[in-house]
Design a protein around this ligand. Sequence first.
Ligand SMILES: [Zn+2]
Length: 443
Amino acid sequence: MPSYSLTHLADAALLRGLTTLVAQDRATTAALLAHLAEVDARKLYLPAAYSSLHEYCVKQLNWCEQAAYKRIRAARAASEHPAIFTAVAEGRLHLSAVVLLSPHLTQENADELITGATHRSKAEVETMLAERFPRTEALGLVQAVGAQESVMVPVSPGSTPGMCDQLSPGTVVQTHFADSKPARSVAPLAQHRFEMRVSMGGEVHAKLQRAQDLLRHQIPAGELERVLERALDALIEKLERRKFAATTQPRAPRPSRSRQGGRHIPANIRRAVWERDRGQCTFVSDAGRRCESRRFLEFDHAEPVARGGESSVANLHLRCRAHNQFMAERTYGAEFMRQKREKARERAAERSRVRDCETELAPCLEQLGFRKIEIRRAAEHCATLPGVSIEQRVRAALRILSPARPPRVLVAAPHGAQSAFTASTSFETAPLASPNSIEQRGS
Ligand SMILES: [Zn+2]
């Protein structure tokens, strides 16, 4: 049992001991970051029934939320740039500096930034980064929030009814920097009492006032706490009905929609699974710990659909997204699931390109008389043409669409185009004299 009483030590011995311990602490911190990075890479928190590394650090390792956040950020940065491990072990960088540097580090500038932050205080590193990466966007955000946003006055025991009704603009200015942990918006005040701070835009403020006005008969003073409770009750009921078919008046399942095969899950089955699993992830670790996540819940087929599994109550379980993916990787292999996710991302990116292209083409093609379904078809084609101007896109769209339906109008370029143009049945274009003018030609 070590003794923590050091009164017997001479001053020099005390300082020597402190210096030795600090060096050991730095070496331990670097080793701890390396272990944390490897646990993160292997996702070892998942089989232990935690849905995230942060949750594992807080609940299994008993770190406070801030320590967990800082060490995870530092471990991930060090994993990308291993020179950080050595810098931490040698005491050249403290964890706060690593967290500040992390969003700015690239393979090209890592050595330079680490050298620049060596033996600097947190404030000095912030100054260095501000000079090198000016945050003009953040300044704009502060001004915008201060000028436009409103703040909910905290609800506390003994608050005067109606006090929270007063929404004074610009009371609090919030700043959000990429390298700082988001501020907590809800904090405990006393037993069963919490303080919530939130800034909001003008539209949200108007909706809040509208809700207060509509509830005046039931809540004459318009207390925010009571209005929020009513709003949240309605929202939760709606979301549970949509996600898990929750209802107090369940209907008998319709035979045509209650097919047991395929991925479709009938409402009565979703409801039964949700109630049985009590709205919580059902993953259980080998040690018997059940995942506590109630977020990002998904329905998981114990026997996969691809292998003939049915959408039945017995074959379905609630899983959080992390454990659903973890179980899928166990079943199909990590590489197969990685490729599947990659394909899903590519499909999503493709859909996004088509949507952007459709938005770009619609003003022009609608004036030419094309229908939405035709514009979508043209957009699907034009989205495959990288790096072309809007005029070239429109020409390509007309080549696709015109054989079936020749346009007969002269039309101005859509908003944002560099110049106006005409479209003709021969698919050629020519500049118009006046941008934005629309000239009808023919019937
Ligand atoms: Zn889970």
